[in-house]
Design a protein. Sequence first.
Lengths: 161, 161
Amino acid sequence: MKVLTKKTDYAIRALLMLGAKKGSYVSAKSIALEQDMPYQFLRGVLQEMIRHGLIVSKEGVQGGFMLAKAPDEIPVRQLIEIFQGTVQVSECMFRKQICANRSRCVLRHEIMRIEEVVNNEFEKVTIGKLLRTLRAEDNMRSVLKDGEAPDSQTRQTGVMS
Amino acid sequence: MKVLTKKTDYAIRALLMLGAKKGSYVSAKSIALEQDMPYQFLRGVLQEMIRHGLIVSKEGVQGGFMLAKAPDEIPVRQLIEIFQGTVQVSECMFRKQICANRSRCVLRHEIMRIEEVVNNEFEKVTIGKLLRTLRAEDNMRSVLKDGEAPDSQTRQTGVMS
DNA sequence: TAAACTGATACTATATTGATATCAATTAAG
DNA sequence: CTTAATTGATATCAATATAGTATCAGTTTA
């Protein structure tokens, strides 16, 4: 049972990069290189996110992608929904024969409850939250690139743990 | 995002039938008919459950399947594990490049937490529990067969499309 | 104008899921 | 002691979903 597909995985990590370098456009190429993702595949993922208003793009030289909203406004749940569809029990029991079968119905009830729990959890995990964890974890070094000039990078509330 | 595959779905419902008719052997054919499942496919599912010690079988005329353990001893989580594999984040991040990538690592941590929540929930839902709900719900009519009460338009808030 | 980009889309490959088919072995009943 | 109802064990196929590649046109900046 796979929770996240590649698309969702790539999407999240791409957003984390954009979140780390906010204010400037980041190219698909640089994301693909740094995060080791297949370039064209990633491009498709990025386009999908544009369509859903999560990011914006700029064409041409020096172009790239940028977050369209605050990192805290982007829950992982939404990304799962975009790339893996809404969580559903098994097939389309809903639309079809709802409760045509008693045992199926009982099952459905339980699973819907669990689905709600899951969705709730994934709603709480936002790109913003992940970014903060990331920054807290490795405080001094560049967040996503190893040997980059940490000049004006992510100044964290002075705590150096 | 599909929570249960057909196999798991069929497995659970087959077990519910066995649980409802405990003590006697129930044939794959009758399960397939009553629950509207593809016969041969169901047979494969049943064999898998034998291999995992959940049910036992008897060959020949009057043969069939029977629960091998108490319904309360069979959590849905186990069925998911049997038919869909253990819940995993995205690929085999574990074995491979564990934390080779910082952002992936942070993600993983969050998702493992959620996985635990999910597993916990599915552990609590057992065949026994579902059976009790089933019995409580429709107390008087035949548990797994629908068409027994023909004339009475059993309640049904009409969402059917 | 050329190079570095995104937009859009068509295509291929691989894996997973769902389903069917076949034949041998076993058992109960007549 | 034969026959029909059944499981055991596989082999194969079809459909769908996932992952990845390729291509060409348009935009922007140097």
